[in-house]
Design a binder for this molecule. Structure first.
Ligand code: AMP
Ligand code: ZN
Length: 152
């Protein structure tokens, strides 16, 4: 039977997602309610709620993958002016999906108001409109292509 956790389902390829990266321990995919163009989530494939439940090497690995995604986003011109690398690690820190994840959110200088509105929706757990799957797939493909061009 499949897990009730949506991120476990994504890690097991049992739920739709736009895949950016996958290895034995981690995977990365596009956020369906992006707070910036090309917003990616990096998760451990094993179900844990907080990152401290993972061994240290795996915690490091997640941040290493997040750094590679940051680099690929910048190669594509996303988040040149700034990026949030964000970890809402627990309920009190506004974690809404109880499976550990790192957000890599490219920002642009003039996206302030739009992004603030979306951020408010995230924090309240209401979220905004979903990005079109075709757009997410195209962004994921561009990121995969960039990540293939360099290893670390
Ligand atoms: P957090 O508030 O840090 O727990 O963030 C959870 C994130 O997961 C939000 O940005 C959601 O948009 C995102 N999210 C929830 N369900 C999915 C899904 N099925 N595929 C991709 N992203 C998701
Ligand atoms: Zn899970």
């Amino acid at each position: 039977m499949s897990s009730p956790c949506i991120f476990c389902q994504i890690a097991a390829d049992e739920a739709p997602h736009a895949l950016v990266y996958k290895d034995d321990d981690c995977c990365a995919f596009m956020d369906i309610h992006p707070l910036g163009r090309g917003h990616v989530l990096v998760i451990p494939r094993r179900h844990v709620v907080q990152v401290t439940e993972l061994e240290g090497t795996l915690q490091d690995r997640l941040f290493q993958v997040a750094r590679r995604i940051l680099k690929a986003q910048r190669q594509l011109g996303w988040g040149i002016q700034g990026t949030h690398i964000l970890l809402n690690d627990g309920k009190a820190a506004n974690q809404t999906v109880p499976h550990a994840h790192i957000h890599v959110i490219p920002r642009e200088s003039r996206d302030g108001l739009k992004s603030m509105g979306r951020l408010l929706l995230h924090v309240t757990g209401l979220f905004g409109p979903r990005q079109k799957p075709a757009v997410l797939q195209q962004q994921a493909e561009s990121l995969r292509h960039e990540m293939d061009r360099f290893q670390e």
